[in-house]
Structures are given as structure tokens and as C-alpha cells.
Design a protein. Structure first.
Length: 88
């Protein structure tokens, strides 16, 4: 008789990925058990802005099309203001 060991699953893990026509710009894995808040989301938008500034200096003047869904955290005043402040 063969016994099988149990392997604990990672369960659900959320990853956020941002890319442009040249490839992946930024990925982030949300800690297990955490939820996306406006503070987390706006911090991530600022990180994305920094990455774009580093990799594509001068291209921000052409504008950035930032597409997201209408999840509650995406539509808060803080998130909307951050997106606008970053020029997206």
C-alpha cells in the first residue's frame, strides 16, 4: 500500500502586472490574507510611475493610457487623484 503525503496549496494569490509594448514593467504579489486598499493601490501607481520614468524617460510627455476596471478601490477619490497626479 502506497501512502501519499499532503501538500498544502498556496490557495489564491493575487498578482498585479503592468506592461507596455516592450514588455512587463512591474509585477507585484499581494501578501496572502491581505486585501487591496486605496493605500496599497496608490502606492503601486506611484511605483509604476517611477518605473516608467526610469525605463522610458521622455515618453511620459506622450501620455500614458492607464486602464483598470471599476472595482471600488479603483474609483476612490484618492486613487483617481493619484492617477491624475501621475499624468496617466
Amino acid at each position: 500500500m502506497v501512502k501519499f503525503g499532503k501538500v498544502i496549496s498556496a490557495s489564491n494569490v493575487m498578482v498585479s502586472v503592468f506592461w507596455d509594448k516592450e514588455g512587463v514593467l512591474l509585477t507585484d504579489y499581494l501578501e496572502k490574507g491581505k486585501t487591496v486598499t486605496d493605500v496599497y493601490y496608490t502606492g503601486f501607481i506611484h511605483k509604476l510611475h517611477e518605473v516608467i520614468n526610469e525605463r522610458h524617460a521622455g515618453k511620459l510627455t506622450q501620455g500614458v493610457l492607464y486602464h483598470h476596471d471599476n472595482a471600488p478601490v479603483h474609483t476612490t477619490h484618492v486613487a483617481t487623484a493619484t492617477i491624475h497626479d501621475c499624468g496617466f
